[in-house]
Design a protein around this ligand. Structure first.
Ligand SMILES: *Cc1c(COP(=O)(O)O)cnc(C)c1O
Length: 423
């Protein structure tokens, strides 16, 4: 591979997804490599928000059933658009809640300690919010999280091994919750093999897709995964606080959820206003109250982009971008103590890469000063996410050139090696 700028530009010219970049609001002064924390605004999302505001403005209460996007059915309609992204069917999907509230709902529904099976299996690298949620649900059932939350250990503090996960599936485990892609190292877990092993042992399993949805394809139904949940403001570009998603395998549908509300109801029964719930026969049953319509709106636009681009094409370009980034880092930054903590094999690498460096926080600040937006993750990680829908190979090239200059000229030493408020 060639390290010239011209080569990067030739990759951009041959990129079949290049037209999508124009759909997004992109600052000319910045290179944005943080789309795995907060995706960029697309013009289609902006329009969808304005359409929803207009239906409120002109229809008031009738917006629930009239207008271009009737609000009463919007969560189900958006849910259908998750089907190709996660490998599920319409009735298994619903747009609702947030990652953490969805996990609470799913734990309340699927964590049913029985006899010897009382424990939840997670991993020590998971995002804290998921762990807090599991601890709360254990406490609500009267269990001590110290004893009943089991965490699979990582040998190198970046990656998890399938065999370690399977070995932790002892006969006191009732339920497993794991991420699809680890938020720091970007490792993709082998969801198919892990699900198979869990089911062989009579254990239910769910995955947190926050860092994988919109970035890699999934086959949840084929793999037989029991449930999954995710946010939509990362790779799916739904905007800050946009409504999340739930997948529940069809074999579990038709039951009352752990946490019910009037939106858990079968749609045709909801306005009968009875005190006995008739739950929806779809994943819609996992909704609780009135949908956050204004935070659903951007998804109408952003998911249409994913339908058009196709997740397979997105994944292909994403791997090309991260391959190229890794390659340039190895050549251009070999003298500067960076370590790649992400897997190299394609089947185990998600949509971002994670570098460690003793001065990671200072280096991230120096990059931001230079107009490049990475994110820093405690204790010593730099996450870089070149996003297939809107980043270019030339931006990747420029990023590595800038990093090299920051290191050679020791610019990073001007910045304190501590984290800011959010990164
Ligand atoms: C981003 C992320 C969250 C965030 O949870 P919210 O409820 O959406 O704030 C939770 N878990 C993981 C693994 C994440 O990556």
């Amino acid at each position: 591979m060639n390290t010239s700028r011209e080569y990067a530009c030739s990759l951009d010219r041959n990129d079949s997804l290049k037209g999508f970049r124009e759909e997004f609001y992109i600052s000319n002064e910045k290179i944005y490599l943080d789309g795995n924390s907060l995706g960029l605004l697309s013009k289609r999302s902006e329009k969808a928000v304005l359409d929803i505001l207009n239906s409120w403005k002109t229809l008031a209460i009738d917006g629930w059933t009239d207008g271009v996007h009737p609000w009463f059915y919007l969560s189900e309609k958006i849910g259908e658009n998750f089907a190709t992204l996660v490998g599920g069917i319409s009735k298994e999907l619903i747009a609702t809640g947030s990652t953490t509230t969805n996990l609470h709902q799913l734990l309340a529904s699927f964590y049913q300690p029985d006899g010897k099976k009382t424990k939840i299996l997670a991993d020590e690298l998971n995002f804290p919010s998921d762990i807090y949620s599991m601890k709360s649900q254990l406490k609500l059932k009267g269990y001590d999280p110290q004893e009943h939350l089991v965490k699979v250990k990582s040998k190198d503090s970046h990656l998890l091994e399938t065999s370690d996960i399977v070995n932790a599936m002892t006969d006191d485990i009732a339920l497993i919750v794991l991420p699809s892609v680890l938020y720091r190292s970007g490792q993709i877990l082998d969801m198919q093999a892990i699900t198979h092993a869990a089911h062989e042992r009579g254990i239910l399993i769910g995955f947190d897709l926050c860092h994988s949805i919109g970035s890699i394809p999934h086959e949840l139904s084929k793999w037989g995964v029991d449930f999954a949940f995710w946010c939509t403001y990362k790779h799916l570009n739904g905007g800050p606080g946009s409504v999340g998603g739930i997948y529940v395998n069809e074999r579990h549908l038709g039951k009352e959820p752990g946490l019910s509300g009037w939106f858990s109801s079968a749609k045709e029964k909801q306005f009968d206003l009875e005190h006995d719930l008739t739950p929806a026969s779809t994943a819609g049953a996992f909704q609780i109250g009135t949908p956050h319509v204004l935070s659903l709106a951007p998804l109408i636009g952003s998911l249409s982009i994913f339908q058009e681009a196709g997740i397979e094409a997105i994944r292909k370009k994403s791997l090309q971008l991260t391959d190229y980034l890794i390659h340039l880092i190895e050549i251009e930054l070999e003298d500067f103590q960076f370590e790649l903590a992400s897997p190299r094999e394609h089947q185990a690498r998600g949509g971002h890469i994670y570098l460690t460096h003793p001065h990671a926080a200072s280096i991230c600040k120096a990059l931001k000063y230079e107009g490049i937006v990475p994110d820093y993750r405690i204790p010593n990680g730099i996450r870089l996410a070149p996003v297939a829908l809107y980043n270019t190979f030339e931006e990747v090239w420029q990023t590595v050139q800038t990093l090299k200059r920051i290191m050679l000229e020791e610019h990073y030493r001007k910045f304190e090696n501590t984290r800011g408020v959010i990164a």
